[in-house]
Ligand binder design. Structure first.
Ligand SMILES: *Cc1c(COP(=O)(O)O)cnc(C)c1O
Length: 402
C-alpha cells in the first residue's frame, strides 16, 4: 500500500460537472464562474468574490488594489509558501519580514506592531527592519509601509484582532493569504474575511481543488471592481472586448475549473470533516511517540481547516536523516516550510543570511509534513506513525550521529 503525500478527493459528480461544461460552447466567463463566486459570498459572508487563475494571481491583484508600488514596504512573514512574498516583488515593492510565533508559525504580532511603529518613525530604529541590501531599482526610492500581508499557516488563521489594530493605527491595508485556510475560523469569523482582502487557492493539494485556481473575497466594492477588471485584461465595466481602461492581466478562471470548484465547494463540510478526522487519528497515534510534537493550536482558533499535517521534531533529532529514512520506508514526507528569506533569489536581492529570522529557521529545520488527505484511513495513519517510531529509533537518527 503506497501512501501519497496528498491527494485530491474527486467523485463522479465532479467529473460529470466538468464534462457538462464541455458540452456547451461557453468555456470561459460563463455561468459557472458566476455561480462559483456566489458560493464564496454565501460561504464567507463577503460582499464580493472574484475567481482567478491561482492563489498567486489572486494575491497579486490584491497587491495592485492596495496601491502598492515601487519601493513601498509590505510587512509579511518569511514562514510561508514563496508566493505570498513574490507578489510584493512583482510590483517592485519590498517585503519586510517579521519573524513568527513558535507555537503556530503565524506572524508574531508583537514584533509586527514594533516593526510598523519603528518603520513609521524612520531613522536608526527603522533601519534595523530593512534588508541589508536593496535591488538597484528600489535603491533610494523606499516608500512608507503600505500593507500587512499575514498568512494563515497550515489552515490556522493568524491573530487578526491584533493585526487589524496595528493596521488601523498606521492606516495600512490587510491582505489575508488564506490559501491554506478555506473553511477555518478565527474567534468565530471565517478565514478570508479577516482583513481587507482575502485569497483562497485551489491547487490539487488544497482543501478543494480546481486543478489551478483561486478566489479573492472582499467587502470593498471599489477594490472588487478594480480587481475584476485587472483579472480580465484591464477591461472596466462598460469596456468592449478591445477597450482596456487599465493595464491588466489574463488571470481568469475557466468554466471547467469553476464547475469543478462548484461541486467541490458544495461538499466542503464533508471534505473538512474527513480531514479533521485524519488529523485526530494522527494526534491519537502520535501521542505514543516521543521526541515529536503535533501542530500547535491557539485558543482564538475556533476552527482549523487542516491543510497539511506538520509535526515538529525535537532539536536532538536529525530531521533530514529522519526524512530520508521515512522515504526509504515508502513514507513520503516534506520539510515545511523552507524559509523564504533564504531562497537563493531572495539572498541575492536583499542579502539575507541564516540567523536573520531565528524562529522561522528553527521551525523550518524541525518541521516535517506527514502524508495527509481526507482520503486516508486510520490504518494508513497507523502505518505512517509506526514507520515514524521505527525511523526515530534507527541508528543515526539523532543529530549526535551526524
Ligand atoms: C498554495 C498557496 C498559495 C497560492 O498557490 P497557487 O499555487 O498559486 O494557487 C499562496 N500562499 C500560500 C501560503 C499557499 O499555501
Amino acid at each position: 500500500m503506497k501512501i501519497p503525500m496528498s491527494s485530491p478527493e474527486l467523485n463522479d459528480a465532479d467529473r460529470q460537472a466538468v464534462l457538462d461544461v464541455l458540452n456547451t460552447p461557453q468555456l470561459s466567463m460563463g455561468p459557472k464562474i458566476e455561480a462559483f463566486e456566489r458560493a464564496f459570498c454565501d460561504l464567507t459572508g463577503a460582499q464580493h468574490a472574484i475567481g482567478v487563475s491561482s492563489g498567486t494571481t489572486g494575491l497579486h491583484l490584491c497587491v495592485r488594489a492596495a496601491g502598492i508600488g515601487t519601493g513601498d514596504l509590505v510587512l509579511t512573514t518569511p514562514f510561508s509558501f514563496v508566493a505570498s512574498a513574490n507578489v510584493i516583488l512583482f510590483e517592485k515593492a519590498v517585503p519586510i519580514f517579521v519573524d513568527v510565533d513558535p507555537l503556530t508559525g503565524n506572524i508574531d504580532t508583537h514584533q509586527l506592531a514594533q516593526a510598523a511603529e519603528e518603520l513609521s518613525l524612520g531613522g536608526d530604529r527603522a533601519r534595523k527592519w530593512l534588508p541589508r541590501r536593496l535591488p538597484s531599482e528600489v535603491e533610494g526610492r523606499l516608500g512608507p509601509v503600505k500593507a500587512l500581508l499575514p498568512v494563515d499557516v497550515f489552515g490556522q488563521p493568524a491573530d487578526y484582532d491584533r493585526i487589524n489594530a496595528i493596521a488601523r493605527e498606521h492606516r495600512l491595508t490587510v491582505i489575508e493569504d488564506s490559501c491554506e485556510a478555506l473553511g477555518a475560523a478565527y474567534q468565530g469569523r471565517p478565514a478570508g474575511t479577516l482583513g481587507d482582502y482575502g485569497v483562497f487557492a485551489f491547487y490539487p493539494n488544497k482543501q478543494i481543488t480546481t486543478g489551478e485556481g483561486g478566489m479573492i473575497v472582499t467587502d470593498d466594492s471599489a477594490a472588487a471592481e478594480y480587481m475584476r477588471a485587472l483579472r480580465n485584461q484591464g477591461r472596466a465595466p462598460g469596456d468592449t472586448w478591445l477597450q482596456h481602461t487599465y493595464l491588466g492581466y489574463n488571470y481568469r478562471l475557466d468554466e471547467m475549473s469553476a464547475a469543478l470548484g462548484l461541486t467541490q465547494i458544495k461538499r466542503l463540510e464533508a471534505l473538512l470533516e474527513r480531514r479533521a478526522q485524519v488529523a485526530a487519528w494522527y494526534e491519537k497515534h502520535l501521542a505514543q511517540i516521543d521526541r515529536v510534537s503535533p501542530p500547535g493550536l491557539e485558543d482564538y482558533t475556533s476552527r482549523v481547516s487542516w491543510f497539511v499535517y506538520v509535526i515538529r521534531v525535537e532539536p536532538s533529532i536529525n530531521r533530514d536523516r529522519l526524512a530520508k529514512n521515512l522515504e526509504e520506508r515508502g513514507i513520503p514526507v516534506r520539510p515545511y516550510f523552507s524559509p523564504i528569506h533564504l531562497q537563493p533569489y531572495m539572498v541575492k536581492a536583499f542579502g539575507f543570511r541564516p540567523g536573520d529570522y531565528p524562529v522561522t529557521e528553527d521551525l523550518g529545520n524541525r518541521s516535517l509534513a506527514l502524508p495527509f488527505s481526507g482520503a486516508m484511513t486510520e490504518d494508513m495513519v497507523v502505518d505512517v506513525c509506526q514507520a515514524l517510531a521505527e525511523a526515530l529509533n534507527a541508528p543515526g537518527s539523532s543529530s549526535s550521529g551526524r
